[in-house]
Design a protein around this ligand. Sequence first.
Ligand code: UD1
Ligand code: CA
Length: 447
Amino acid sequence: MKTTSIILAAGQGTRMRSSFPKVLHPILGQPMLWYAIAASRAVTQETPVVVVGYDADRVKEALGQDALFVHQEPQLGTGHAVKQADSVLRGKTDYVLVTYGDMPLVTTETLKRLVDAQQAHDGPISVLTAVADDPRGFGRIVRDANGSVLAIVEEVQASPEQLTIHELNTGVFCFSANWLWDALEHIELSPKGEYYLTNVVEIAVSQGQSVQAIRVEDASEMIGINTRVHLAEASAMMQQRINRRWMLAGVTIQDPRSTFIEPGVAIGGDTVIAPNTHLCGETKIGQACQLGPNTVVRDSLIGDRCELFCSVVEHAVLEDDVDVGPFGHLRKGAHLASGVHMGNFGEVKNSYLGPGAKLGHFSYLGDATIGSNVNIGAGTITCNFDGARKHATEIGDDVFIGSDTMLVAPLKVGKGARTGAGAVVTKDVEEKTLVVGMPARAIRKLE
Ligand code: UD1
Ligand code: CA
């Protein structure tokens, strides 16, 4: 049995007071719509159909590969929005799961429970409901004396008696597809001038069909985002959820409130994360690492037993037993082999540092290949840019670069060579040779 989801995301979200669509506002580095798409996909194994309207091109550009898009113009309500998917889905799916692009906290487990329940149900509709003390503008689930669902009434149209109902419509539904396409044709215009999806409940009841309500266990899953206050609340909940998952998997998080782990991150056991640490993008952290405080890692691979202290690591690879910081900056293409030590104020870009290399104090390495057990003295700089082009520096194994050496690229320094303090190296240095001065010249052969 095939289920496909329709995610409603055509609204502007006026109350966000934003120049861009509500569903693109990020939560832990991903647009909020991404979470709805990811959860739907995980449940249905199908590409979801997203209904877009306000600033549709921008939404498509941000999430293009992840979904199919249909347009709703003008936006005449949730029932009208679902109807826009008819042309792409009719005859192609057995069940339709409807969710909203502004409800990022609904979990895959909850959606699966709803879909499974509908697949086992005789009637055409299963609706996800929540019981909450604060109804927050949600539609109310109206039942008869026997407890059968009769209707969903919007807050603005509810009678005083209906307003006291605490069972709320989350907005998430699973429908039998063929029944739905037909029912959508029969929705009546609401007093507000919209075609409400919720109206299909009354249509089913009038046909003598049963509507099943499935309760969400944790009511916080249904939080919809309408304002930036809600955005902050939902972000905090997502942050807690992700942190909790990693703590239960064996990661120590000293201060979960100041630790931000994005959904694309994986972390090995016994890693300890100190406060104010941000792990972003597609990042993989090994086991028994020490991260933070005050550290940002983005789109990087970190091996086992690494220590990152007050440092920024972006698009970099660190093998095992590497330590960086305080105040190290690894930029795109930095690759530190196992056992590399990088102390204060180092910057490395597009460079490989071989096993055991040391860069203890304020240095810049760009476009360089550094062999194993090389010592880079304090203040060393690869002068890799001549004002027009970038050039490479190659340093062999066991080289000792003296403090404050300027390595003017393109340049090769042979194995076992040394440079004196303050050398400005403009010409290739042979193996096992000591060079000094400005520009550096050979003064003697080494043992
Ligand atoms: C809707 C439900 C309400 C439920 C609540 C849960 C209806 C009539 N009401 O109310 O019972 O308790 O959600 O949050 O369904 N959208 C479109 N096109 C439209 C209208 C809306 O794509 O023409 C999208 C919006 O972008 C949003 C979602 O549908 O993602 C919900 O729309 P919204 O106007 O916020 O509905 P509510 O009034 O909150
Ligand atoms: Ca809403």
